[in-house]
Design a protein around this ligand. Structure first.
Ligand code: RNT
Ligand code: ZN
Length: 416
């Protein structure tokens, strides 16, 4: 409970022409796609002994990682009990829940029925991703852009099947599923031929996307990157490549906060991308010196991302997904911190007197703009946030961790 009553915050914001009730209603309706892979350091269940590869890395050995689909679902349930709102869960192909020993070119909707049943019971949506890494057929560093036809066609088949799985999620749950393609393909050292791998990637994508799926049930997205560990000099699926591909083929483009040069920010790209694509997928993450996928904190860039979505009226065309994996801290806490921070940033954006600021800016009154934006930083948004948590019946910022600690003692400590 906040010490100051909600009415205090309501009056303070009303003085700026902002209605806190409207902001709360809007926040309740925003779905965040929570990535399952924070729960087990991107291991999945199909190939438990394969190390994570593809130029991404989860570091740390905090005990209690989920070892089975049931454990992962139990952990996600627990995390969601500490998060307000109704959300989505983002799965990867390697999280198939099956006793069958299948390879990635054999995955199908039948291997995800337990996930779908679980999601349906909870009115959760599901999103999906092909897993084009951590596999012998990605060890060369190339998948969809491989010059080896056997390898290339293996990954084409995998991605084709993943779209069908995504569509089956959309149909079963009555919520559109976003299937996002990211491949690690690239060169450690400076290539001679930059063009041919990109031509092959384009051809593979054309083949994967040839089948038309119901756009009400399923959305295709493609995710770019600037470099990865082992692909420092050249990444096939670069920003220009996928932005061009997405615009030309009416797909969603995926902006991952960690996939650009360290001084480049995705908040400044959203408005441009959405001028030329219908929909956008965000992988909200936190790069620290590289694409390190640290847990999302309430920093300036997160706030700026939220402002962009709210100010531009872009929420309806944006799918907010999270993408981080820190194995050095309690994994449930990582989820709760990340999702709640995203929500806090959105709430603060919803509490902004945007119309007034826009008018000041248009009139060239940059003094009012700066003064007001700064004043907003110390407005009592925390009281409104506490109200949200109360209404959603979830514990406050100083309370939820005790709950996670109890779960750690009761459940996680039994895993090794
Ligand atoms: C990798 C991409 C990709 C992955 C997940 C696991 O750099 O960000 O989105 O993190 O698919
Ligand atoms: Zn990502």
């Amino acid at each position: 409970m906040s010490q100051l009553p909600y009415s205090y915050a309501k009056d303070r914001y009303a003085a700026f022409g902002v209605d806190t009730d409207t902001a709360l209603r809007a926040l309740r309706d925003i779905k965040i796609s929570m990535h399952c892979w924070q729960g087990d350091d991107v291991r999945g269940f199909l190939f438990r002994d394969r190390a994570l590869s593809g130029g991404i890395q989860a570091t740390g050995d905090y005990p209690g990682a989920a070892r089975t689909p049931d454990e992962l679902r139990q952990d996600i349930d627990k995390a969601f009990s500490l998060i307000g709102g109704r959300h989505k869960v983002n799965l990867h192909a390697i999280y198939a829940d099956t006793e069958e020993r299948i390879d990635l070119d054999a995955v199908g909707p039948e291997h995800f029925t337990r996930w779908v049943d679980w999601a349906k019971e909870r009115s959760l949506g599901l999103d999906f991703n092909p897993t084009c890494f951590s596999h012998p057929k990605s060890d060369s560093g190339f998948t969809l852009s491989s010059a080896d036809e056997g390898i290339r066609s293996f990954w084409v088949e995998h991605c084709r099947r993943c779209r069908k799985i995504g569509e089956s999620f959309g149909r079963a749950l009555g919520q559109k599923c976003v299937t996002n393609i990211w491949v690690p393909d690239g060169f450690k050292d400076i290539p001679v031929d930059r063009l041919a791998p990109r031509e092959r990637l384009r051809r593979s994508l054309d083949e994967i996307l040839a089948e038309r799926l119901d756009p009400l049930l399923h959305l295709d997205a493609v995710e770019s990157k600037v470099f990865g560990i082992g692909s420092e000099s050249y990444v096939v699926g670069s920003h220009e490549f996928y932005l061009g591909y997405a615009i030309k083929n009416h797909l969603a483009y995926t902006l991952d906060a960690g996939h650009f040069h360290p001084t480049e920010y995705i908040s400044n790209k959203i408005s441009s991308v959405l001028l030329f694509t219908d929909e956008l997928l965000l992988h909200v993450s936190r790069p620290v010196r590289w694409d390190s996928d640290h847990v999302v904190i309430l920093d300036d860039e997160l706030q700026e991302i939220a402002y962009e979505l709210v100010r531009g009226g872009l929420l309806a065309r944006t799918h907010i997904g999270l993408d981080f994996f820190d194995a050095s801290i309690n994994r449930l806490a990582a989820w709760v911190i990340g999702v709640r921070n995203m929500q806090k940033a959105l709430l603060r954006a919803l509490l902004e007197p945007t119309d007034m600021l826009r008018k000041a800016e248009l009139a060239g009154d940059y003094t009012t703009r700066l003064a007001t934006v700064e004043a907003m930083k110390t407005m009592p948004w925390e009281i409104v946030w506490s109200r949200f948590l109360e209404e959603e019946n979830v514990p406050g910022d100083t309370e939820w961790l005790a709950d996670v600690r109890r779960y750690e003692a009761d459940v996680l400590s039994g895993r090794n």
